[in-house]
Design a protein around this ligand. Structure first.
Ligand SMILES: [Zn+2]
Length: 259
C-alpha cells in the first residue's frame, strides 16, 4: 500500500511568516513544498497538500486536513528568522518514527542542501506534557517541522534565495522522507535528465527539428528554453544556430544528415 504524506507549506495569505527584504517565508515555503510534493509523487507516494496557493489556513485546519485524510506522516515546511545560522528539524515528544524521519531529513539538508548545521529537537509546553507546536501536537501521525534556514542571516539564506535552490531543497526533503519510508532514491538522475533531446535554434528550424526528433524518437525544445529549463540531456542534437547554418536550407541539409 502506498504511503500517504501530508506536506504543509507554512503560513500563507495574510500570514507572510518571516519577511526580510525580498525573502518572504510563505512564498519560499510554497516553492519548496510543491517541489517536495513532485518528488514524492515521482516515487508513488500519495501526497496531501494543506495548500497549493497563497492562502491563509489556521494551524487547526492544517492538522485536520492531515488527520481526515488519514495521512501516515506530516511534514511542515518553514524558513526561520531571528538571526540564527542553521537548519532545524522538530519532532514530537512521541519520538519514534517522527524522530527517525527527522534524522533522515536533517541528513539530506547537511549533505545535499549545504546546510552547515541542522539542529534536531523536540519542544514541549511549559507543563512539559504536550508538544509546543500545534501542527505536531494536533496531528495524529508522526510529524516534523522543517526550518530550512534563517531568512535574516545573509549567509544562511544563500541556500534558499533562488527558485532553483528552493526546488532543490524541496526535492532533498522529499528524499529524506523517501529514505525514511524505505524507498530507494535515485539521487542524480530523475525527471531532469533525458537520454536525448533535439534543440532548435530559431523558429525557422522547427520543421527540421520535428523530422529529426521523430526519427530519433526523442523530445525537442527551443535552445533558449532548454538553457533556462534546468533540464539535462545525455545527448543533444542541435538544429540550426551553428555558424555553417547560413540559412534554413542549409539547416535542413545538415538536419538531413541526422536522419
Ligand atoms: Zn514559519
Amino acid at each position: 500500500m502506498a504511503y500517504k504524506v501530508c506536506i504543509d507549506p507554512g503560513h500563507g495569505g495574510s500570514d507572510s511568516g518571516a519577511v526580510t527584504g525580498k525573502h518572504v517565508e510563505k512564498t519560499y515555503n510554497l516553492d519548496t513544498a510543491l517541489s517536495c510534493r513532485d518528488e514524492l509523487q515521482r516515487y508513488g507516494v500519495k501526497v496531501v497538500m494543506t495548500r497549493t496557493t497563497d492562502k491563509f489556513l489556521s494551524l487547526e485546519i492544517r492538522c485536520e486536513i492531515a488527520n481526515q485524510n488519514g495521512c501516515d506522516y506530516f511534514v511542515s515546511i518553514h524558513h526561520n528568522s531571528g538571526g540564527g545560522d542553521r537548519g532545524e528539524v522538530i519532532y514530537s515528544k512521541a519520538e519514534g518514527k517522527g524522530l527517525q524521519m527527522a534524522h533522515k531529513i536533517a541528513k539530506e539538508m547537511k549533505v545535499d542542501m549545504g546546510q552547515t548545521e541542522v539542529k534536531e529537537y523536540k519542544r514541549l509546553n511549559k507543563s512539559g506534557k504536550t508538544d509546543y507546536y500545534a501542527v505536531i501536537r494536533r496531528t495524529n501521525m508522526p510529524a516534523n517541522i522543517v526550518e530550512i534556514c534563517f531568512l535574516d542571516n545573509k549567509k544562511d539564506v544563500e541556500i534558499a534565495d533562488t527558485l532553483a535552490e528552493r526546488k532543490r531543497n524541496g526535492k532533498e526533503i522529499a528524499q529524506g522522507i523517501l529514505k525514511h519510508l524505505g524507498i530507494k532514491v535515485d539521487e542524480k538522475g530523475g525527471e531532469d535528465m533525458v537520454d536525448k533531446i533535439v534543440l532548435y535554434h530559431g523558429d525557422a528550424d522547427v520543421f527540421a527539428a520535428i523530422v529529426v526528433a521523430q526519427k530519433h524518437k526523442c523530445p525537442m525544445m527551443k535552445e533558449s528554453d532548454f538553457k533556462i529549463s534546468g533540464l539535462k540531456a545525455k545527448e543533444v542534437v542541435q538544429i540550426g544556430g551553428k555558424s555553417e547554418d547560413a540559412n534554413r536550407f542549409q539547416t535542413f541539409k545538415n538536419a538531413a544528415k541526422l536522419l
